[in-house]
Design a protein around this ligand. Structure first.
Ligand code: HEM
Length: 145
């Protein structure tokens, strides 16, 4: 009688990054649906449409902490979601470990940079720059002087 060999088994890991990545894609997907369609509705539909979007429009929105938090969440969730999705695609299709490492590195560096720059823009944004033409500024800038 021949013995059936024991199946190969992977020792259980305490933190399974693939499992949490899978859960993150679904969780962030649901939140992104609200954030993306809320963003499109308010910017393009509720007001005067795309014509109204200029420097003053953005400055007016970021005068409210609500939109600062909304846009920060949109930036972080979408970028991490997109980067993790790209990581999955690279793992599925990249031929060879060196090319895979290169692509994964490029995704990691570019998304970290974009998150950093985007967050800096949101939190260091000056709605009333001194050298701007007056017509381009939001109305609350003139009241401050
Ligand atoms: C409307 C909101 C969104 C929802 C509901 C959503 C949902 C999902 C889900 C559930 C997956 C996993 C699919 C799978 O594992 O087979 C996924 C994958 C992915 N998502 Fe999103 N997503 C949204 C927005 C975005 C945005 C804004 C980006 C880009 C920044 C993006 C980029 C990706 C990529 C690159 C993948 C990987 C595709 C693949 O594995 O073939 N998604 N999305």
């Amino acid at each position: 009688m021949t013995a059936i060999p024991a199946p190969n088994s992977v020792p259980p890991r305490r933190f399974n990054i693939e499992k949490w990545g899978w859960i993150y894609m679904r969780g962030s997907g649901v939140v992104l649906l609200v954030l993306i369609f809320g963003h499109l509705f308010v910017n393009l539909f509720a007001g005067e449409g795309v014509k109204a979007i200029d420097f003053a429009f953005v400055a007016g929105k970021w005068a409210s902490p609500f939109w600062v938090v909304w846009d920060t969440l949109l930036l972080w969730l979408a970028l991490i979601h997109g980067a993790n999705g790209m990581r999955t695609i690279v793992n599925d299709y990249a031929k060879g470990p060196r090319l895979r490492k290169l692509f994964l590195g490029a995704i990691g560096v570019s998304s970290a940079l974009l998150i950093l720059l985007g967050t800096l823009v949101i939190y260091t944004f000056d709605p009333c720059p001194a050298d701007a033409a007056p017509g381009e500024l939001p109305s609350f800038c003139s009241q401050e002087k």
